[in-house]
Every structure is written in C-alpha cells, then in structure tokens.
Design a protein around this ligand. Structure first.
Ligand SMILES: Cc1cc2nc3c(=O)[nH]c(=O)nc-3n(C[C@H](O)[C@H](O)[C@H](O)COP(=O)(O)OP(=O)(O)OC[C@H]3O[C@@H](n4cnc5c(N)ncnc54)[C@H](O)[C@@H]3O)c2cc1C
Length: 392
C-alpha cells in the first residue's frame, strides 16, 4: 500500500514526492505518462551532444530564498542572467523595453528621466486596468504596444491582448534604466548539470517508486494507495464535465548548425514577423562549449500538449467550477500549473508544493465543500470510464 500516489513527475509532483519520502517517511509512487521525469523542464543531450530543453527554454529565477535553498540540495548552480532581444523595425533591441531600447529604436540619447517623460507623453491613461492591452497602453502608449506586444501576444495566445488578463503582460515590465536583463530576481541560475539531473537527485530515495509511460487512469484502481496528489490538467481529472479548459500549446522545431554561435543572445523575440514567436539558442543558457550550436523555434498552436493555461475571465470562471469540485474530494490534492490552472513559473510551483507539504505533514485536513450529489454523479462517471479502460 502506498501512502501517496502522485500523478506527474514535474516540479509539482517531484517536490512533494521528495518531501513526503524524506521528511515524513511515506511510501510514494509517482506516475507519469511521459517516458521521462522532470515534466516540462526535461532536458537531454541531442544527437550532436548539445544539452537542449525538450519543451522549450526554461530559465530558473526566483526571489524566494526558501525555494532556492531547497533546490540547492539537489544541484549546483551556474549563474545565468537571461537577456532577450526583440526584432523590431529591422533592429534587434532589448526587451523588456528600457532606456537602451528607446535610444536604439528612435536614434536618441535620452537619460533615465527623459525616458520616463517619453513614456508619459505617449501613455494613454486608463482608469480601469483589466486586460493585457490596458497594462501596456496605460504605461507606454499605443505605438510601443503595437511594436512589441500586440503581434507577439496574438501569436502566443491566439487571442487579442484586449481579451487577455492584465496579469499576462504585467509580467513584462517597462523600465527607465539601462537594465537589459529579462528578469531582476535575486536568484538567477541554471542547474549546473541540467534539470533532468536535478530531478534524478531529487527522486533518488528508497521510499519513492517511479512509473513512467503510464496514464494514471489505467492503473489507479489497481494500485492500493491512501491519498492522491494530482498535477495533471484538472479538467481531465473530471472528464471535462464542465467543458475543456483552454490551453495554449507550442510546436518546437529544433535545428543544429555547424557554427559555434547562431544569434547574439539567448532568446530573440519576433513580435511582428514569422509564424514563430521566438528563437532560443541553448548554449547561452547552459554555458556548454561546443563547436556546433542547437536552437529551438516556438510555434504556438491551439492543439497539442497543454502548456499554458489561458488567463481570461471566461476560463477563470470555468476553472472555479472545477476547483469547487476538487475541494469536495477529501483525499485528493490538486497542485501545479495544470492542477490549479495557473500560469506559474517553476519557482512558484515549487513554493506551492512546499506549502502543500507543510499542510500534509502537520496533519491539516483538507477543507471539503458540499456538492455531494453532483460529486457522486461525477465519481460514478469517472469510475465507469475507468472500468471501460480496463475492460477494453
Ligand atoms: C514553453 C515553456 C517555457 C517555460 N519557461 C519557463 C521559464 O523560463 N522559467 C520558469 O520558471 N518557468 C517556465 N515555464 C513554466 C514551467 O514549465 C512550469 O512552471 C513547471 O514546469 C510546472 O511544473 P508542473 O509539475 O506543475 O507541471 P509539468 O511540468 O507540466 O508536469 C506535469 C506532469 O504531469 C504529467 N501528466 C499529466 N497528465 C497525466 C496523466 N493522466 N497520467 C500521468 N501523468 C500525467 C505530464 O506528463 C507532466 O510530466 C515554461 C513553460 C513552458 C510551457
């Protein structure tokens, strides 16, 4: 009998597996339908011997000492501050927009105060900031919004920024100084030997068993366990009973060149041309030296693996219904980017799992809502579906 069955071997599931096994001496089984651990952060050496990220570039950054010191148990770090350029009006200029961006783009020589004035003169102040479009136009006006954000967001999310939550573009600030770094967090580092090695170290404990290439639905009824931690898509758990929560996916196209360097920085964004949103060259991120170089193009799509929950009022409302349902299950815990339908970074997911572990380890029981009739109906449907899987 396992104390915990954990669905998903990404950060959300693996942190909990590690904590429960090492700190609470629980017997844990972690299941993933993919053929590897690490979830979306999985990295591997490609056929040319270059370390690449299978599901797109993952740059670790956090302001949380707790998260950084926790992960430091499993890896050494390589300090890395990511810089991004955007291809705009035939030039490559820094993003987030800053003093260098404005001076480069408009052939000016403004100081910090003058750049603030430049933004102010163009900003169209909005009394209510609800959408991604509001955030940017309110801060820097329409022209910069159209050059840097509108096209990129449309490609990335498949909807106009005027329909996207403010939280999306609020993640990319506008600066008046010359700071070209993409992130300003206190801790910005990459795992020295890659993410997969970090996960191997995290999950290497006699109390943790790993089952790959397995959809949990195919085995859940035959593996005895006391509690379930679920980090897959929450709507999938409930058989999409309230409809399918929309996710954005990406097609990754990898290429390797017989040259040491392909582009001038880790990532170049293409807001206004090409079907892809950005190109990332991995050697900048990993620090690897190699006579060849591998890059990845990102083509956003509506279909495919669920990568990005799409934050907008309609989807948030649908999620709230699933959350109410999830809260009715006393021994099932939903966490992670997909389990809670939140556009979380790695460090936020780690923090979320550490917080859940604290609750589990102090014996704090889950607050359970009403909705019993509806719950029984759905549980019956789920178990009918599962029976069908085993019988087929
Ligand atoms: C393209 C891209 C770039 C990103 N870049 C960054 C970045 O630079 N910095 C950053 O901090 N964050 C970044 N993120 C976010 C980061 O990937 C997530 O925060 C983190 O990986 C979420 O971890 P998780 O465990 O919640 O989910 P995941 O890593 O998605 O893990 C969930 C796991 O559950 C498994 N699963 C799902 N359903 C089932 C099932 N039915 N049965 C069995 N297994 C199942 C999946 O196979 C998956 O492995 C990026 C995300 C994407 C998509």
């Amino acid at each position: 009998m396992f104390d915990y069955l954990i669905v998903g071997a990404g950060f959300a599931g693996s942190v909990l597996a590690e904590r429960l096994a090492t700190q609470s001496h629980k017997k844990v089984l972690i299941i993933d339908k993919r053929n590897h651990i690490g979830g979306n952060t999985y990295d591997y050496y490609d056929e040319h011997g270059i370390l690449v990220h299978k599901y797109g570039p993952h740059i670790f950054h956090t302001n949380s000492f707790e998260v950084f010191s926790y992960l430091s148990k499993f890896t050494q770090w390589r300090q890395y501050e990511h810089c991004v350029l955007a291809s705009v009006d035939g030039q490559l200029v820094p993003i987030p927009i800053n003093q260098n961006t404005i001076n480069c783009l408009y052939g000016l020589n403004l100081n910090s105060e003058e750049v603030a004035e430049f933004y102010n003169n163009r900003a169209e102040k909005r009394t209510i900031i609800k959408t991604s479009e509001d955030v940017v136009i309110n801060a820097v006006g329409k022209e910069l919004y159209e050059k840097f954000f509108k096209g990129y967001s449309k490609k990335q999310w498949g909807i106009d920024p005027s329909e996207l939550d403010a939280s999306v573009t609020a993640r990319v600030p506008t600066r008046t100084n010359k700071d070209n770094r993409y992130f300003t967090d206190t801790y910005q580092s990459m795992p020295l030997h890659g993410y997969t090695k970090l996960f191997e170290s995290m999950l290497s404990h006699p109390g943790i068993k790993i089952m790959l290439n397995t959809d949990y639905k195919d085995v859940i009824d035959i593996i005895p366990h006391k509690k379930l931690i679920y980090t897959g898509p929450v709507d999938d758990y409930f058989n999409n009973c309230y409809g399918k929560l929309p996710y954005r996916s990406i097609d990754f196209k990898f290429e390797t060149f017989d040259t040491e360097c392909f582009q001038p920085t880790g990532t170049v964004n293409y807001p206004n041309n090409h079907a892809y949103t950005r190109i990332t060259e991995f050697k900048y991120l990993t620090g690897q030296t190699h006579h060849k170089t591998s890059i990845v193009y990102e083509y956003p799509t509506a279909e495919g693996d669920p990568y990005y929950p799409i934050p907008c009022p309609e989807n948030n409302n649908m999620y709230r219904k699933y959350k109410l349902l999830a809260d009715t299950l006393p021994n099932v815990y939903f966490t992670g980017r997909l389990g809670t339908y939140k556009y979380y970074n790695m460090d936020q997911v780690v923090a979320q799992s550490l917080a859940l572990f604290k609750k589990l380890s102090t014996g704090e029981t889950k607050e359970v809502n009403g909705h019993k009739g509806e719950l029984i109906k759905i549980e019956n449907k789920i178990s009918d579906d599962r029976n069908r899987i085993y019988k087929s």
